[in-house]
Design a protein around this ligand. Structure first.
Ligand code: URA
Length: 235
């Protein structure tokens, strides 16, 4: 891909567009061992060797991070009051990262953070019915009737019932533990489904989204880039 030198450097988080323009004019950028002072100079992102301030700068069009979202952080890119999931990705280079889908502020677990809009669309499109698997702790005894009810679809106050979902009871008691697979992403869907069954979600964690499985070695708040296997199955 051919890209202006100032955009290349700004996209890689090396300064704002006007900061990198100034730096280029001062002679801080080199392409293939030549000092380039024109911000509009076209760089071949695959073939050219770019140095900025003497340091190599490789271009990455897309970044992909798996985050174990902690509670207390919102699934947004910026907010005036709240901490956002994108702020947790300290090693990010690009400024255009966003979370693929939303988890509630108090929900933990798998969140993909990227700037790849096509991938996000493939995972989020309502027509694709991508599986999302959640672990939850529920106030109240989850029963086989709940399993059957969830399998048939639940009335959560929308025009249509939810699509059939798979509820697996891991532990039934005053506080139950379950795993739930849904194929939609309606607002507060898991909480509303249990509310419809007269129960309350006390803790919610996403374990899987489509083929992407939460790396359980990531503690809440930790993240890593996707590995090549994960990239292969997603992209
Ligand atoms: N369903 C919910 O109720 N909350 C989430 O964060 C995700 C799914």
């Amino acid at each position: 891909m051919k890209l202006r030198l100032d955009k290349f450097l700004a996209d890689m988080g090396l300064g704002t567009r006007s900061e990198v323009k100034k730096a280029i004019r001062k002679g801080l950028a080199q392409v293939n061992a030549q000092t380039i002072r024109e911000p509009e100079y076209k760089v071949d992102t695959e073939a050219d060797q770019v140095l900025f301030g003497g340091q190599p700068a490789a271009y990455r069009e897309f970044e992909y991070y798996m985050l174990n979202k902690p509670a207390g952080v919102i699934s947004a890119t910026e907010d005036t009051k709240e901490r956002c999931v994108v702020d947790l990705i300290e090693s990010r280079m690009r400024k255009d990262l966003f979370p693929v889908g939303r988890l509630d502020k108090d929900t933990e677990g798998l969140l993909l953070i990227t700037n790849d809009g096509d991938l996000a669309h493939r995972l989020l499109s309502p027509k694709k019915h991508v599986d999302k698997v959640y672990f939850a702790r529920i106030r109240g005894r989850v029963t086989e009737e709940d399993v059957e009810c969830f399998r048939q679809g639940v009335d959560i106050g929308e025009k249509k019932r939810t699509l059939p979902s798979e509820l697996r009871i891991l532990e039934a008691g005053e506080i139950s533990e379950i795993e739930l697979t849904i194929r939609e992403g309606k607002f507060h869907q898991v909480k509303r489904m249990f509310q419809a069954a007269g129960k309350e979600v006390l803790y919610l964690k996403r374990l899987r989204m489509g083929p992407l499985v939460l790396d359980e070695s990531l503690k809440p708040g930790e993240y890593r880039t996707l590995n090549t296997q994960e990239m292969d199955i997603l992209c």
